[in-house]
Design a protein around this ligand. Sequence first.
Ligand code: COA
Length: 333
Amino acid sequence: MACSRILGTGKYLPPKVVTNFDVMKMMETTDEFIVERTGVRRRRHAEADWAASDLAVEACKAAVADAGLTLDQIDLLIMNTITPDHADPGCAFFLQAKLGLPGIAVLDIRQQCAGLIYGLSIADHFIRAGTYRHVLVVCAEVLSTRIDGSYDGRNIAILLGDGAGAVVVGPADGTDKGIRSTLLHADGSGAKALYTAAPGSALGRKEHINKDDIDAGRIHFRMDGKAVFNGGVEKMSGAVFESLRVNGLTLADIDVLVPHQANLRMLEAIVARTGFPKEKVYLNVEEYGNIASASLPIAFDEARACGMIRDGSLVLLVAFGSGFVWGSALIQQ
Ligand SMILES: CC(C)(COP(=O)(O)OP(=O)(O)OC[C@H]1O[C@@H](n2cnc3c(N)ncnc32)[C@H](O)[C@@H]1OP(=O)(O)O)[C@@H](O)C(=O)NCCC(=O)NCCS
């Protein structure tokens, strides 16, 4: 019997649609390259005055309403983002103020694209321990603020979109529904395969950031595309098999697989490697691009909304992100 379950989900996507042809105006690339290598056709971009916390507010309100709760019933707020409102303090504080929840505990996590999996695990453990009753986990990204269209930045820039997704976790209260397992992994030896060098304290000098960091592009994502691609295929496929093994299941037992929407080619490779039927895999990467941590909760919410995930469905979530970080969550919805 599970101890906690997902009570509600919500998402927010900014209305502005940015096609590959719009991206071609920002950098030297082609629609053909983007579609062939990543499968992405469109993504959303937030307006300039929308911060990560603003997108998160909308997703949180939707998730809390979907759970049949009110915001004042939330005991812990967990936020994951790689595009925080400010360098510090954590983005959860700014979100908390906007949600009007003074006094409750907040937690910023930096688990990159696996933020939902780690957030669910933390929520599950706090609820099992009886510390908190209702935990709100939100992932929000404004990756459009981090587009570098230079030669060194365009391999990742073409993927990026904006959005937010949230889930409310609460007690399973004796139902069959619930979080069956969360399995978490990381391997920091791969941290520089996708990272942003500056600002930082490991730059060999006493300045956290300087003009040369900007001129040299150290403030932008730098990605070894092949290492990330291969890592994502291997770790997300491994996460599927690990969850099946730990839970004593076979592929046929899983109703829906919701993977981190990194890149369509990567997801097709995972489908091929695991033998998972493609029609049971929820995909929206063509429509929204890669929204880092927000991709997974948005996909989960949409898979519920379109009826692919129903009451009682056994759903496997898998994610992989820079760090490297990866894992799975098995959920009886
Ligand atoms: C991004 C990706 C499509 C790039 O493909 P790749 O073959 O690995 O690309 P490389 O960086 O090795 O570059 C190959 C060529 O494509 C070019 N290229 C890279 N990005 C490009 C772009 N946006 N437009 C046009 N050409 C591009 C490179 O300049 C290079 O050309 P060159 O050999 O003439 O210098 C691929 O690496 C990938 O999908 N990686 C995983 C990315 C991902 O999912 N990240 C998110 C993880 S959460």
